[in-house]
Design a protein around this ligand. Structure first.
Ligand code: GLN
Length: 294
């Protein structure tokens, strides 16, 4: 079978077919164009056909290849973690624009998944102390692997904690200069869920799916301010129709300079607010909360 025969017969979007040829058969686009009649050997064809079947079944290319690029880094991914989306780079840039390369802020990523946000922050800010929480042990293994593969050995290790949002933090955790999260925010019954069926529902709708998708965002907005340093920011990714609701939650919690940021498609995708310089919320507010599990 020739390259052209395989391309014409695989029933995939051309961009996906070319990615499989490049990654699984070592054949780049230029070669496909210049030598369409080159033969595919049997082993390569078997790998390609197996991968193509997974894509036709709707599995994300990132799972089939085992990696996805995010903020310039090649992150390992598997079905235990949400595939990192380009829109989430907004959250990383929101934090990075506040610091110079040598700064050493305390940063916290809630629901880190593959570690996309936390590892990107740690990579760009080598002196930062970055903490990351996830409820899923399998996700934390992926985040750990990415931290090991992508962060220079001299860099302080990421602190990875398993648990339930802020309750995962030990009592001696510092106050954080930025707390960021891309939590589950898809509403139960959202019509997009069938197309996302290969990704972990814990990352999409959360442990307790809610009709408006805001359940985890509410908990984070309630509990995170107690862990912010004076002037610290809480920045949250949310759904395309949730910006107004999330801004209202942030403002009701007493955060200041509440505003939203637009993603690549022009949709308000991240909303943020800042702890004022007045009285700090008590640190024990979260740990005494009914959600504490660790
Ligand atoms: N952005 C994802 C999607 O809509 C959802 C991610 C999330 O719930 N945090 O496909």
């Amino acid at each position: 079978m020739t390259l052209r025969d395989w391309l014409n017969g695989c029933a995939l979007a051309r961009v996906d077919a070319l990615a499989l040829l490049r990654e699984l058969a070592g054949v780049d686009h230029a070669t496909v164009l210049a030598h369409p009649l080159r033969a595919l050997d049997a082993a390569a064809r078997q790998r390609l056909d197996a991968a193509a079947a997974r894509l036709r079944d709707g599995e994300p290319l990132a799972y089939v290849l085992g990696w996805r690029e995010f903020h310039g880094l090649r992150l390992q991914v598997n079905p235990a973690v949400l595939v990192p989306r380009p829109d989430t780079e907004l959250l990383v840039d929101f934090v990075l624009q506040r610091y110079a390369a040598g700064d050493a802020p305390n940063l916290l990523d809630l629901g880190t998944g593959s570690g996309a946000i936390a590892v990107s922050l740690a990579h760009a800010l080598p002196a930062a102390r970055v903490w990351a929480v996830d409820a899923s042990a399998a996700a934390l293994e992926v985040a750990q692997a990415n931290a090991r593969a992508l962060l220079p050995p001299a860099r302080a290790p990421l602190r990875l904690l398993q648990g339930d949002w802020l309750a995962a933090l030990p009592a001696d955790a510092p106050r954080f200069d930025c707390i960021v999260s891309n939590p589950p925010y898809v509403a139960a019954g959202d019509p997009h869920l069938p197309a996302l069926r290969h990704e972990p529902s814990l990352a999409l709708v959360g442990a307790q799916p809610s009709a408006d998708g805001l359940a985890d965002l509410r908990r984070i907005v309630r509990d995170a301010p107690a862990h912010l340093s004076r002037g610290g920011w809480l920045a949250l990714e949310h759904g395309h129709d949730q910006a107004r609701a999330v801004r209202a939650l942030l403002a009701a919690r007493g955060l200041q300079q509440v505003h939203s940021l637009k993603d690549l498609a022009g949709i308000a995708r991240v909303s943020a607010g800042r702890l004022g310089s007045g009285a700090m919320p008590p640190r024990n507010a979260t740990r005494n909360g009914i959600w504490q599990t660790s």
